[in-house]
Design a protein around this ligand. Structure first.
Ligand code: DAK
Length: 256
C-alpha cells in the first residue's frame, strides 16, 4: 500500500480527511479508496466525531477522477467486480454514513471525483472549482453512481447535458443547478465547511443519523414515506429526544 494518501485528523468534533495525492491531482487509485474507507470507518465508530469534512490537498483538485492509468487495462469482468467493490467501500459507504459528510471541493471534481463529492451529504465549492463527468470522452460511462446521483441533484435534463457532453461546469453554475450547496472564495472554503459542520453538530446525533437514512431512502413512493415513519418513531423515548424536548420546555439550549 502506498503510504499516507490521506491526511486524517480530529479537531473540535470534526473528522477531517484530506486527500493527499496532489501530484496526480488526487486521482483515486485502489490504495487511496481503501485508505478513505478506513478513515471513514474510524470516524463512524468514534463518538468524539460528529461531522466529517472531506477535501483535497492543494487548491487545484478535489479529485480529478479515478486513476486512468490504473483502470486502463481492466476487462469487463474486472470492471464489474471493482465497481461493486468501490461502491461498497467508498461511494455508497459515504452516502450511508451515519454522520453528515461535507465535501469541500477545492478544485477539479471530475469523474469519480465528482461521484465522490455527490455521494457526500453536502457540498461546498471554491469559486474556482470545476466539475464534470468526462467518462464518455474516455469511452466509458460513470461507474460510481454518477448516472444515478447527478439526475437526483440537478434533474434529468441537466444530467444528460453534463454526462453526454462530458463538459465541465464552474462552481457558480453548479450552485444554480443545485449540485453544490454553497460557493465561497477559495481561501474561505474550509472556514465555510466548518461553519456548516457547526450548524449540524448542535443537533441530536441520532436524529441526524435517522434523517440521513430517511432522505437516502426517498424515492417518492409509499415505501419512502413508510420508511420515514419507522425512523421518525424510533427517535421517541430516546435520551436525545428527552433532552431536546426538555431543553425547549425549560427555555435552554439542548446538550447532545
Ligand atoms: N488519473 C491519473 N492521473 C491523473 C488524472 C487521473 N484522472 N488526472 C490528472 N492526472 C495526472 C496527470 O497525468 C499528470 O501526471 P504527470 O504527467 O505529472 O505524472 C498530473 O496529474 C497533473 O495533471 P495535468 O498535467 O494533466 O494537469 P493540467 O492542469 O494540465 O490539467 C486536468 C488538469 C484536470 C484538466 C487534466 O489533468 C485532466 O483532464 N485530467 C483527467 C480528467 C479525467 O478525465 N478524469 C477521469 C474521469 S473518468 C471504474 C469506476 C469508475 C471510473 C473508472 C473505472 N471501475 C470500477 C473500473 C471512473 C472514471 C473516471 O473518473
Amino acid at each position: 500500500m502506498e503510504p499516507k494518501l490521506t491526511w486524517i485528523e480530529i479537531q473540535d468534533h470534526i473528522g477531517w480527511i484530506k486527500i493527499n495525492r496532489e501530484k496526480k491531482l488526487n486521482a483515486l487509485n485502489r490504495d487511496l479508496i481503501n485508505q478513505l474507507h478506513q478513515g471513514l470507518l474510524d470516524f463512524q465508530n468514534d463518538p468524539n466525531v460528529r461531522v466529517i469534512i472531506l477535501t483535497g490537498n492543494g487548491d487545484k483538485a478535489f479529485v480529478a477522477g479515478a486513476d486512468i492509468a490504473e483502470f486502463s487495462s481492466y476487462t469487463p469482468e474486472q470492471a464489474s467486480l471493482l465497481t461493486r467493490e468501490g461502491n461498497q467501500v467508498l461511494f455508497d459507504f459515504v452516502a450511508n454514513m451515519e454522520k453528515p459528510v461535507i465535501a469541500a471541493i477545492n478544485g477539479y471534481a471530475l469523474g469519480g471525483g465528482l461521484e465522490l463529492a455527490m455521494a457526500c451529504h453536502l457540498r461546498i465549492a471554491a469559486e474556482h472549482a470545476k466539475m464534470g463527468l468526462p467518462e464518455v470522452s474516455l469511452g466509458i460511462i460513470p461507474g460510481y453512481g454518477g448516472t444515478q446521483r447527478l439526475p437526483a441533484l440537478v434533474g434529468r435534463g441537466r444530467a444528460m447535458e453534463m454526462i453526454l457532453s462530458g463538459d465541465m461546469i464552474g462552481a457558480e453554475k453548479a450552485y444554480q443547478w443545485g449540485l453544490v450547496n454553497r460557493v465561497v472564495p477559495g481561501d474561505q472554503l474550509l472556514e465555510a465547511a466548518i461553519s456548516m459542520a457547526e450548524r449540524m453538530m448542535k443537533n441530536a446525533p441520532q436524529s441526524l443519523k435517522n434523517a440521513i437514512k430517511a432522505i437516502n431512502a426517498a424515492d417518492g413512493t409509499p415505501k419512502g414515506f413508510e420508511n420515514e415513519g419507522i425512523l421518525f418513531s424510533s427517535c421517541f423515548g430516546t435520551e436525545e429526544f428527552n433532552e431536546g424536548i426538555t431543553a425547549f420546555l425549560e427555555k435552554r439550549k439542548p446538550k447532545f
